[in-house]
Ligand binder design. Structure first.
Ligand SMILES: Nc1ncnc2c1ncn2[C@@H]1O[C@H](COP(=O)(O)OP(=O)(O)OP(=O)(O)O)[C@@H](O)[C@H]1O
Length: 393
């Protein structure tokens, strides 16, 4: 089926062939190991980027499904205009990402850069993202029993430990959240979008176009001070672990006020020694209570206000597997972005989609000098954080 009328197709042809200058620039870049797809090839496998082949839409652009020559199914991510970089910078970053292989990271097959187009071609994961299957309003039919949740937390932990501690130079993901955890046929978790933040020009730093889903994962020192270290990812990972164990989103304004913010609730139950009460009731009590509470305590450790108190990812993996004990004396009240900002929930919750609600975000730090958090009426729905890389942690 061809989705584009013929008068459009003529215009599209301008994407299908590079100018000689771009071809020359590509051929001059040395050590290009990543597979380069032509626009024509990707256009063909997605039936002209047809709506019926569209599987998602994120802050970076639209994602399509297509079968590549040779039979592999791919997720084809067409980067939006603001994500477009020069040929050299783009290929250099993509080359690095395509070399990274780990069981818990989504594999990048290759890319296409033709004139202004920037397209990434990834391994297609059959079981969608955790945001849709575990936390979405319309949960899927997948049974997330305790064993599966245990494997998912440890898998994501290992993938992140690899990015933080094995890859040289290390990669800070910057956007760890349930929608960036994809599941394969066997429900093995794969972290997506790693390295992508670097592809975005500095003046358009992407965190997410959808604040609602992302805000609750952001470490306050990053969201407010722009201070970016691996510990910001560890904060987000902690939030994710608590979501996986409890089976709910970090923010749910349909709940009674005292239960709306997941981390707040976790801390409260921890203090009352009732953590087990947070475990997803859909498990019907069929879980290992010692393990589940250990995971929740690790979630609290990861979300400590002082980044130095958050353990490294390899230590966290050891704590999750039980190889190392959880140091409870380091657990204090977690850092909550709502403690730093005036978060006003806007309007009634949407009836469809996830449990997240839109925020009208105004920052109490807006007036502070050197604040790098750019929020306010004109940026409603968009959170822009200008990262300042800090190698000290
Ligand atoms: N490799 C893949 N395999 C299968 N589906 C995918 C793949 N990559 C993305 N998708 C689908 O496309 C959707 C959009 O993905 P994308 O990574 O662009 O945005 P997001 O993570 O949902 O949001 P954001 O851009 O805010 O991080 C995902 O939620 C998922 O449903």
């Amino acid at each position: 089926m061809n989705c584009f009328p013929s008068f459009f197709r003529k215009k599209e042809d301008s994407h299908t062939r590079n100018t000689p200058e771009i071809d020359e620039e590509i051929s001059n870049i040395q050590n290009v190991k990543v597979k380069l797809f032509t626009y024509k090839e990707l256009k063909a496998v997605t039936d002209d980027f047809c709506e019926s082949n569209k599987i998602g839409e994120g802050g970076f652009g639209s994602v399509y499904k297509g079968r590549l020559k040779g039979g592999k199914i791919a997720a084809i991510k067409v980067l939006s205009a603001e994500s477009r970089q020069g040929v050299r910078e783009f290929l250099t970053e993509i080359n690095v990402i395509s070399e990274i292989e780990h069981e818990n990271l989504v594999k990048l097959y290759g890319c296409c850069l033709q004139n202004s187009q920037r397209i990434l071609v990834y391994n297609y994961l059959e079981n969608n993202s955790l945001a849709q299957t575990l936390l979405g309003a319309n949960r899927s039919n997948i049974q997330f029993n305790w064993q599966t949740r245990y494997r998912i937390c440890i898998g994501v932990g290992k993938g992140l430990a690899f990015l933080h501690e094995e890859v040289r130079p290390y990669i800070v993901h910057r956007d760890i959240k349930a929608s960036n955890i994809l599941l394969d046929r066997d429900l093995t978790p794969k972290i997506s979008d790693f390295g992508l933040a670097k592809l975005i020009p500095d003046n358009a730093t992407h965190v997410s176009t959808r604040v609602a889903g992302t805000l609750g994962y952001l470490a306050p020192e990053y969201a407010i001070g722009g201070r970016l270290t691996r510990k910001a990812d560890i904060y987000s990972f902690g939030v994710l672990v608590v979501e996986i164990v409890s089976g709910r989103c970090n923010t749910n304004t349909r709940l009674p006020p005292e239960e709306q913010y997941l981390l707040e609730r976790t801390w409260e139950l921890y203090e009352r020694k009732e953590l087990v009460g947070l475990v997803d009731t859909s498990l019907n009590g069929d879980f290992d209570a010692e393990e589940a509470c250990r995971f929740l305590k690790i979630g609290l450790l990861c979300t400590q206000d002082n980044p130095k108190r958050r353990p490294s990812m390899s230590t966290i993996v050891k704590m999750l597997t039980g190889e190392m004990g959880v140091d409870e004396k380091n657990i204090a009240k977690p850092a909550l972005i709502s403690d730093f900002m005036d978060l006003k929930v806007r309007g009634p919750p949407r009836s469809s989609g996830t449990e997240n609600t839109s925020y009208n975000v105004t920052s109490s730090s807006d007036t502070r000098e050197n604040s790098t958090l750019s929020l306010g009426a004109s940026t409603f729905g968009t959170l822009t954080v200008s990262p300042v890389y800090d190698q000290s942690l």
